[in-house]
Design a protein around this ligand. Structure first.
Ligand code: FES
Length: 183
């Protein structure tokens, strides 16, 4: 082989080597780019999932079972003797059982300006500490300024258990016997 031919072959080999190196660099750059793109896409998907999850949690109705605003299981009928008044602070009501066995749940919120009334067993009355309103054993006004009877909550008796739905306070002017619920 002549000297020029040898030089030409070496140049071709060098060029070929150089080409491969260029290709390799390009491949590495591409794979880095792909890796970054994939990483960013994965992060985006994760963030989207978190947003959707948080939204679903927000939309899911909160259960208020056992708390004010939900249904409170007061207990078995036999726990409440006739002529008793039992306070349920977590439900903000008093469960009254009249002498003839009827149940009535009265909201403790005074109908004047909303203070909490307390039950005074010796006087047999609900008394408001703010402006002195008094209510009798079924929540009727005995002493103003309260303008009407204490509000009531629906009572149900299921399988001998008394339940009170505190999500629906009902206003009334005075007590009437049809407000009582019997077992
Ligand atoms: S808030 Fe009860 S008497 Fe005024």
């Amino acid at each position: 082989m002549k000297h020029e031919e040898k030089q030409e072959q070496m140049a071709r080999t060098q060029a070929a080597k150089g080409g491969r190196t260029e290709e390799t660099r390009e491949a590495i750059t591409m794979s880095r780019r792909n890796f970054l793109t994939l990483g960013l896409e994965a992060l985006g998907a994760l963030a989207a999932l978190e947003i959707v999850g948080a939204g679903l949690l927000f939309l899911k109705p909160r259960s208020l079972e056992g708390q004010f605003g939900g249904v409170i299981t007061a207990g078995p009928v036999s726990d409440f003797p006739p002529g008793s008044v039992t306070e349920f602070p977590e439900g903000r009501f008093f469960l009254i059982r009249t002498e003839d066995g009827g149940f009535l749940a009265v909201y403790r919120r005074c109908t004047h300006l909303g203070c909490s009334v307390s039950w005074e067993p010796t006087a047999g009355e609900f008394v408001c500490p703010c402006h002195g309103s008094h209510f009798d054993t079924v929540g009727d006004v005995q002493n103003p300024p309260a303008p009407r009877a204490l509000d009531i909550f629906p009572v149900t008796i299921e399988d001998g258990t008394v339940k009170v739905d505190t999500s629906k306070p009902q206003t009334r002017d005075t007590f009437s016997p049809d407000q009582l619920v019997y077992a």
